[in-house]
Design a protein around this ligand. Structure first.
Ligand SMILES: Nc1ncnc2c1ncn2[C@@H]1O[C@H](COP(=O)(O)OP(=O)(O)OP(=O)(O)O)[C@@H](O)[C@H]1O
Length: 583
């Protein structure tokens, strides 16, 4: 017996449990240090350069405003040249804006594509998608892949570019505002204190004051937005549940129950949304007031010096511009906390996902010595299968399946028949003891509901081989053999076959797949449950005729199918034992 673990689909090595910072660095750093890194860094450098360009254009606009208004005041100067310069600056703004928006969206998309490939590969590897669902340890992995990765890539880039722009414009406009400021004298405990740059100081006070107000009023928005995402996902899940179970719901006339569930989910969503609308409206009112106040505040502050003749109208306009730009830049630092909080929440959600994706490659191996053998086809000794919650489900003291034997597995419902097959397939980790069987590539599993990829029927039949692996004539002959000749004309039709075909048709197609792939060992779990007696007998005889040396393990409930088997494994009272077949 080969004691090594049976091979599983290839995939990246499991990720070790990560600490908070390690995780954030790995999450954010993979793309920026891998194969895509040179292009990504180059794009980021250009993007940051564009932030510098935008801030500089703002400075030029402020200077232009000064000369323009001075020209209006003195009624002297070249108006055409001034307007031409204005048009040039506006044109440059448009070009830089276009380049910024295109480049940042493209870079975010590249990053998302990288993250998407990384996450989907790890999710698929080692059947983690199945193991995560089975254990129920993580909700909505689909939302994490489809939404969170998008929000993360766009959000982080937005923060980086926003930060750069805020720093550059803060430096540039503070310098400009300083040149337009006068010293500010304040009296502290009877001492006169002279500070340079009154406009800079007032700008700072104004930005902090308005930001505190905005943060205070807008505080509920962050938490509510995050909760909203959660409620939206729950509601979508409920809708998908209706779609998936449409027929069962229709047969059971369960519309009132489903309508009630949908209404309950939606009302939770609606309650939160209502709070969000209120919070957003409050914030809108405050921001509206600030936006009215902001252009006037610096003018009012500079008015005394203007009337005293120490400032031109151009100086006032330039000062107003610099004051506004500086307070916008300062506010960014205080008001970006919402985006930062969102990104932290996303990173936290992805950390939970990463923890689930850190499942080791073969979690069945913990207490189960599992290996390959070639003779017999399967051997189980002291095999104990447990439920995930711990209790023992079934033990298999000693079971040997020789090559060519055909075993039927029987027992009452819930005895653990399907679970035993899951252990053989390596899908059930809660098991201990010894198990060996033919290599996985010589085995084939037929569950009750076969898997059909979305694509042409030809590909669904050939799966897991490629669509063109089998000659059209062979496919047509196989379809005819299973009373499915009417599907020959649809071989190239693309459809979600699991929804389109009847369960019985699907089960017969699965048998055709067995004939095409010719495994040495077939493990079936009620694979003929949807077939009438005639078609079930036909499926068995077709397979056994085509593959006379086939080793078979089959869970069936139908007594009539026992005759196709040579041995019986009976599960009762938690023990699986060989028993006699009915004569
Ligand atoms: N993912 C799971 N988590 C927890 N318990 C499970 C899980 N899957 C199956 N079980 C439990 O394991 C027990 C055995 O289930 P199993 O499907 O193997 O029974 P079975 O003998 O094949 O039944 P049936 O003849 O009705 O198909 C049942 O009590 C079932 O509820």
């Amino acid at each position: 017996m080969n004691a090594s673990a049976s091979p599983l689909p290839e995939g990246p090595a499991p990720v070790a449990a990560t600490r908070r910072w390690n995780h954030a660095l790995r999450l954010l750093g993979g793309f920026w240090s891998g194969r895509e890194a040179p292009v990504a860094w180059a794009m980021l450098a250009v993007l940051l350069g564009l932030q510098f360009g935008t801030a500089t254009l703002g400075l030029w606009m402020a200077e232009w405003e000064k000369t323009f208004f001075d020209m209006l005041q003195t009624r002297q100067g070249d108006l055409a040249a001034s307007l031409l310069r204005f048009a040039g600056i506006v044109g440059a703004f448009a070009a830089v804006g276009f380049a910024t928006s295109y480049l940042s969206a493209t870079l975010a998309l590249r990053w998302r594509a990288w993250l998407n490939a990384d996450y989907t590969a790890r999710w698929m590897a080692w059947r983690r998608y199945y193991r995560i669902e089975r254990s129920g340890t993580l909700d909505n992995p689909d939302q994490r892949i489809a939404e969170d990765l998008d929000l993360l890539s766009r959000g982080i880039l937005g923060l980086v570019t926003g930060f750069t722009f805020a720093v550059v414009s803060l430096v540039q406009f503070t310098g400009l505002l300083l040149s337009l400021s006068a010293p500010l004298t304040i009296t502290v405990l009877g001492h006169a204190l002279v500070l340079p740059g009154d406009m800079v100081i007032w700008g700072f006070v104004y930005a902090v004051g308005t930001s505190v107000l905005v943060v205070f009023v807008g505080r509920p928005i962050v938490a509510r937005t995050m909760r909203q995402q959660h409620f939206e996902a729950d509601y979508r899940f409920e809708l998908i549940h209706v779609r998936r179970n449409a027929e069962q719901i229709a047969f059971s006339r369960a519309e009132p129950v489903e309508l009630g569930n949908l209404a309950a989910r939606f009302s939770a969503l609606r309650r939160n949304m209502h709070g969000l609308i209120l919070a957003t409206t409050n914030l809108g009112v405050v921001q509206g007031l600030i936006s009215q106040l902001t252009p006037m505040t610096p003018i009012l502050l500079m008015l005394p010096r203007y009337f005293a003749g120490r400032m031109t109208i151009g100086d006032v306009m330039q000062g107003r511009n610099a004051f506004n730009q500086m307070s916008v830049a300062l506010s960014w630092f205080m008001q970006s906390y919402g985006s930062i909080a969102t990104q932290i929440a996303i990173i936290r959600r992805l950390r939970a996902f990463d923890a689930a994706l850190a499942l080791p490659p073969a979690d069945a191996a913990a207490d189960l010595e599992i290996g390959e053998c070639h003779e017999p086809a399967l051997h189980a000794r002291d095999l104990a299968v447990r439920l995930p919650s711990g209790p023992l489900l079934v033990t298999v003291p000693d079971w040997q399946v020789e090559i060519g034997e055909r075993w039927v597995v029987r027992g009452p419902s819930g005895a653990g028949k399907s679970t035993l097959l899951r252990v053989i397939a390596g899908l059930w980790p809660e098991a201990s003891g010894h198990l060996a069987h033919l290599p996985q590539e010589r085995m084939m599993f037929l569950p009750q509901r076969a898997y059909f990829p979305i694509g042409p029927l030809r590909a669904a039949l050939a799966f897991p081989a490629s669509a063109d692996a089998f000659a059209a004539a062979d496919l047509a002959a196989a379809l005819a053999r299973f009373n499915l000749a009417h599907l020959e004309a649809r071989l190239d039709e693309v459809a979600p076959w699991t929804d389109v075909l009847s369960p019985g048709e699907q089960q017969r197609l699965a048998f055709i797949r067995v004939l095409l792939h010719r495994p040495d060992m077939l493990v079936m779990d009620e694979a003929t449950s949807a077939l009438d007696a005639g078609n079930a007998a036909l499926a068995y005889s077709a397979v056994l005729q085509a593959l006379p040396g086939l080793t078979l393990i089959s869970v069936v409930h139908d007594d009539a199918l026992e005759i196709h088997h040579t041995h019986l494994l009976h599960i009762a009272d938690g023990i699986a034992r060989r028993a006699s077949l009915r004569p």
